[in-house]
Design a protein around this ligand. Sequence first.
Ligand SMILES: *[C@@H]1O[C@H](CO)[C@@H](O)[C@H](O)[C@H]1NC(C)=O
Length: 166
Amino acid sequence: MNVAVRFACALLAIGALLDHRSGAQSTAPIVKVPPNTNWCLGCICEAISNCNRTLKCEGDVCGLFRITWAYWADAGKLTVNNEDPNSQTAYANCANNEQCAGTTVSNYLKKFAQDCNGDGIVDCNDYAAIHLFGGYGCAKPYTGEYFNKFAACEKQIQSLGTGSHS
Ligand SMILES: *[C@@H]1O[C@H](CO)[C@@H](O)[C@H](O)[C@H]1NC(C)=O
């Protein structure tokens, strides 16, 4: 397999795990794209960690989405195998689990969905900013390594014809 195909397969594999489609949930006069499309979470994952599934906890972040305790708590304290959310290990076990982490990110992005860059559309660029900066202050420039990787991923997915904006 060539690199592009392997790359797309990796993204679609994680997307399939994480795909929980929901209806539009906003009455705001701006267009909202749900964050839980295959390529959106996949490209956030690529940008934040190269979607490295062997990453565990380092400093105050855990797992392939590099989730902090506060992020996990804001997303509803999801747990693996019905673990008590108040358990000392609940956060790390979720953030280090691909599916639990993905659902956590999806929940977080839906909860804090907003037009960070003020272009009238809440799309995956905004979700990428919300993931990096957090839901309480994402109106910052989309520059640097993370956004470069994100943009390259988005471009590659769209050029492969597997991306979807809805
Ligand atoms: C994934 O992360 C581990 C642990 O930090 C590192 O050793 C490994 O080189 C990384 N793999 C890739 C493909 O980046």
